[in-house]
Design a protein around this ligand. Sequence first.
Ligand SMILES: Nc1ncnc2c1ncn2[C@@H]1O[C@H](COP(=O)(O)OP(=O)(O)OP(=O)(O)O)[C@@H](O)[C@H]1O
Length: 323
Amino acid sequence: MSEPIIATEHLTRRFSRRDPDGRLGLRRTTLTAVDDLSIRIHPGEAVGYIGANGAGKSTTIKMLVGILVPTSGTVRTCGRDPLRERRQLAREVGVVFGQRSQLWWDLPLRESFTILGAIHEQGRAALTDRTDELVTTLGLGDFLTTPVRALSLGQRMRGEVAAALLHRPRLVILDEPTIGLDVLSKQQLREFLTAERGTHGTTLLLTTHDMGDIERLCDRVLVVDHGHLAYAGTLDDLARTSGAKRILVVDLAESASPLTGIPHTEHLSSQGNGVRQQLAFDPDRTSAAKVLAAVSERAEVLDLSIEEPDIEDVVRRIYHSRM
Ligand SMILES: Nc1ncnc2c1ncn2[C@@H]1O[C@H](COP(=O)(O)OP(=O)(O)OP(=O)(O)O)[C@@H](O)[C@H]1O
């Protein structure tokens, strides 16, 4: 197999913090944000890095790109030491922090691209070609001349992604790229990242609380819990191992009593005198089609939707199964 694009061995980062209970705030405690983390990601993979708030995701990413110094352990990104070779690494990696901007607030989006192109020492022709490609694929044409501060969140995020990918990085790291975006903007961004990966073989590592991001973008997930690697594998296996259920929501033609007694299915709740009902089913033992067929024998179904397990719920289950 090819050399990993990300490889960490026993990577650990501790923070020393003021103990909130210490007198005059003088006592300090140590918090281990990333704890003995050994992971490998290969070129061309798309990997979701998930975990609850404070699990250590951002701290890991900061060490991967050389912003934070590890307390112990090793990290290699694109075959480089991120601390010693941070500048060279910046040419090979694109980073998107959903909550922070790398664009110039008062300048039109186009100007940010020009400045970034200069920073990366991209030739004029290469920059123009790449900008045109990104403007088309990300649909930036209508607001290229708008100052960044006047963009909507969805427009700005597309601009952020374009800025991070302008120099054709081999590895793109995205920290909560779809946070706060509407459904359409999320979909556009996911489609773009999938296409970019298909065309250029770009490796993706993303943190997200959105199951849809993981499902549509990632081949594999890493779950981190209190800095430890709690799980590495496919999303399907993750949901299966954790026993996460799917939820079928049905809208019926008229009110009905709770739809209980359907095999491998649990009635969760009813609204509007039973016109809308939520049923949780175990996807390993039955299917949405079977549950729907059983419901249809008892009531006329007007509409339905299937809710995927909530990522936080899946992650919580992993934690509980480890305790
Ligand atoms: N500079 C710092 N100084 C002290 N503690 C920190 C620092 N940065 C992070 N931490 C702590 O380290 C732990 C891990 O934080 P981190 O931001 O990596 O989590 P996360 O998984 O990215 O969380 P979220 O999903 O909320 O972004 C948290 O308890 C956080 O408070």
